[in-house]
Design a protein around this ligand. Structure first.
Ligand SMILES: Nc1ncnc2c1ncn2[C@@H]1O[C@H](COP(=O)(O)OP(=O)(O)OP(=O)(O)O)[C@@H](O)[C@H]1O
Ligand SMILES: [Mg+2]
Length: 274
């Protein structure tokens, strides 16, 4: 490696549960890995721990062991078949909303000690707008909001964007319409939501790529695989490939915002490995 690694940290949230955060996080991670990127996936949804199941990964330990101090982050990391480095979530441990900010800080700081090269860290955050969710989103450089074309999903996405942008002053918010009929519907959904954000919040959000609703996503999940692996020729896999491409084309966010501990802050400072 002849250059310094600058991990790009992406938080995936949705406001409303079930919009497709885990699906987007795992398939984006796999699609980025297939493009040759070094990808780490953090399952920060402590209630469900879906990511390891959805990727068919065997994980003896998880983030709860890091939180209680019995394991280091290095010890809980597993590598999936696609080469994604997965930090497993803590299934059924407790609701993320119940974690206090000190515990969240412990978790975020655990990344400071990691010294392996990572191009992208994708964080699958829990549903809702609990302080812990916002803490994670604030620690990321980019925020991806997954939304479906349903009134409750749109309302909750708007609520999440509102608190992130007005109360937390976070920018770099991108919309990923999921389970849409086609790309055009995705863009329309983006325009509708962006219009409301511009009008009522005075902020604009960015568009990335929509993901079609695809039965093969559900079939893949039943087989404990990403749709990228299970059905590479599917519409959803095609959309995840374009999402990954769009992500790699985003200019790297270079600076820590300074507002809080930054995932892998230390990695930005380690000297290049020859
Ligand atoms: N593009 C898609 N096409 C078809 N089904 C999808 C798509 N995206 C997600 N799903 C399905 O919708 C359900 C919810 O998706 P997922 O678990 O990714 O949502 P989530 O936002 O992570 O939910 P939670 O809030 O419970 O963590 C799953 O059964 C998933 O397989
Ligand atoms: Mg999930």
């Amino acid at each position: 490696m002849d250059k310094r690694t600058l991990p790009q940290v992406i938080g995936v949230a949705s406001g409303k549960g079930g919009a497709g955060k885990t699906t987007v996080a795992i398939n984006l991670a796999v699609a980025l890995a297939l493009r040759g990127q070094k990808v780490m996936l953090l399952d920060a949804d402590l209630g469900m721990a879906n990511a390891q199941i959805a990727l068919g990964a065997h994980a003896p330990f998880n983030i709860s062991h890091v939180l209680n101090g019995s394991k280091t982050l290095q010890e809980v990391l597993v590598t999936t078949a696609q080469g994604v480095r997965l930090v497993p979530g803590a299934s059924g441990l407790r609701n993320i909303a119940a974690l206090d900010t000190a515990q969240i800080a412990t978790m975020i700081r655990a990344f400071d000690g990691l010294d392996e090269p990572v191009d992208y860290l994708v964080v699958d955050v829990a549903a809702g707008i609990a302080p812990a969710v916002l803490e994670f989103m604030a620690a990321c450089q980019r925020r991806f909001v997954v939304v479906c074309d349903q009134p409750s999903s749109i309302a909750d996405a708007y609520g999440l964007i509102k608190v992130m942008s007005t109360e937390q002053s976070l920018d770099e918010i991108y919309l990923i319409p999921n389970m849409v009929g086609n790309a055009q519907e995705g863009r329309q959904l983006y325009r509708r939501l962006n219009d409301v954000c511009t009008r009522f919040l005075g902020v604009s959000i960015r568009y990335l790529n929509a993901i079609e609703g695809d039965e093969l996503v559900l079939q893949a999940l039943r087989k404990y695989q990403s749709v990228m692996d299970f059905a590479p020729g599917s519409a959803a896999a095609r959309d995840f490939r374009s999402l990954a491409e769009a992500v790699t084309q985003l200019p790297p966010v270079q600076s820590a915002s300074g507002r809080m501990q930054f995932f892998m802050e230390r990695m930005l400072q380690v000297p290049p490995v020859e």
